[in-house]
Design a protein around this ligand. Structure first.
Ligand code: NAI
Ligand code: MG
Length: 335
């Protein structure tokens, strides 16, 4: 049965890399019933539409959304990010941001720090709807010398619990280790809630071993010793920063894939990179990040075998050189 998918190619290199992802999914033998949505900076410039509640309601009936990248130089920064990407995350309650980082001869990535033979494989689970990104705060006495701006971090028990629970469930399918990353020594309210919730959920998973890292120490380990990690769970802000570092030490932006998930509901899959207006139309965009994001989408759709085959087809990246389309064709041919 064909899966119902919403496609948002978006701007710049977004549609170019998504076209390769769709071709590879087709080559893997998975049938998609795709509906294309013309959204992003170009659409906004044309008629002012960013994203409507009606479109979000349509998406609720889909199995997944596959997104390239959105944003154009002429649209004010923040407008599309908040109006489209954040609205999508909040309205569809996509509370898990999942980013895998694996390096080694059998993967698409090679460690920027340790070289092509180094092997590591970890996943960051970032809470995606709360924390410092929830929009709590405001201004007092704005534009005066006595201006005050606050930006609170919102952490609900239910929000933290469902995120931590997802991380432990995932660890059960992997090497059964979960690391909590926070800053409990200084953020003593939010950190306390996270730590207590983490410890309570851990009791449900006696086979899973656990570790705690302060976020600053985790930054050192990402560069020095990423081999220690299996599943990492952390809050929205720390996760945003850590996953960029993760991408930088594991092959770079052309390979970083991500999933925005609400388990059992419509979820969104996108490469970490943006619309790259500097290389749009030149054929220089690496489609691997979008293709690997497509594999994450297939995992969500229950098509695990096809997802594994796509990941295997992306390995040995040094043999995958060429234009965006040529790389996509080579990966598709391996299937
Ligand atoms: P960017 O990720 O688009 O580009 C940063 C650098 O990486 C550029 O030099 C670009 O050429 C290169 N690059 C990115 N993807 C690549 C790929 N697949 N292959 C080879 N090189 C690649 O980030 P930037 O320049 O900060 O943002 C450009 C636009 O994208 C902005 O409008 C921004 O708001 C938007 N953006 C959208 C995101 C999304 O849709 N989720 C995420 C990040 C940025
Ligand atoms: Mg980021």
């Amino acid at each position: 049965m064909a899966h119902q998918i919403g496609i948002v190619g978006g701007d710049g290199i977004g549609p170019e890399v998504i076209a390769q992802g769709l071709k590879v999914i087709d080559a893997a033998g998975v049938e998609l019933n795709a509906v294309h949505y013309d959204l992003g900076g170009n659409r906004y410039a044309r008629d002012g539409l960013v994203l409507t509640d009606e479109i979000v309601d349509e998406w609720r009936g889909l199995d997944a959304i596959y997104l390239g990248a959105v944003g154009t130089p002429d649209v004010p920064p923040g407008l599309i990010e908040r109006g489209l990407l954040l609205k999508m995350r909040f309205d569809l309650d996509l509370y898990i941001n999942l980013r895998p980082f694996s390096c080694g001869p059998d993967t698409a990535n090679s460690s920027t720090v340790f070289g092509p033979d180094a092997e590591f494989d970890f996943v960051v689970i970032r809470e995606n709807t709360e924390g410092a990104y929830a929009g709590e705060g405001g201004f007092l006495r704005k534009h005066t010398a006595h201006e005050i701006a606050t930006q609170g971090s919102v952490n609900t028990h239910i929000g933290v619990q469902r995120c931590v629970h997802f991380a432990f469930e995932l660890a059960m399918e992997r090497r059964k280790h979960v690391t909590l990353v926070h800053k409990t020594n200084v953020l003593n309210f939010a950190g306390d809630l996270w730590e207590r919730t983490f410890n309570t959920v851990a009791e449900e998973f006696p086979q899973v071993t656990t570790t705690y890292n302060h976020v600053d120490a985790a930054c050192i380990y990402f560069v020095d010793d990423p081999f220690r990690y299996d599943v990492i769970v952390t809050d929205n802000l720390f996760g945003d920063i850590l996953t960029d570092l993760g991408g930088a030490v594991s092959g770079g932006i052309g390979f970083a894939a991500s999933a925005n998930i609400h388990p059992g509901m419509v979820s969104m899959f996108e490469p970490v990179h943006g619309s790259a207006p500097d290389i749009a139309g030149s054929g220089k965009a690496n489609p691997t990040a979008a293709i690997l994001s497509g594999a994450l989408m297939l995992d969500h759709l229950g098509e695990h075998q096809a997802a594994e085959r796509i990941r295997a087809a992306c390995s040995n990246p040094e043999t995958l050189k060429g234009s965006t389309k040529e790389i996509g064709d080579m990966i598709a041919a391996r299937l």
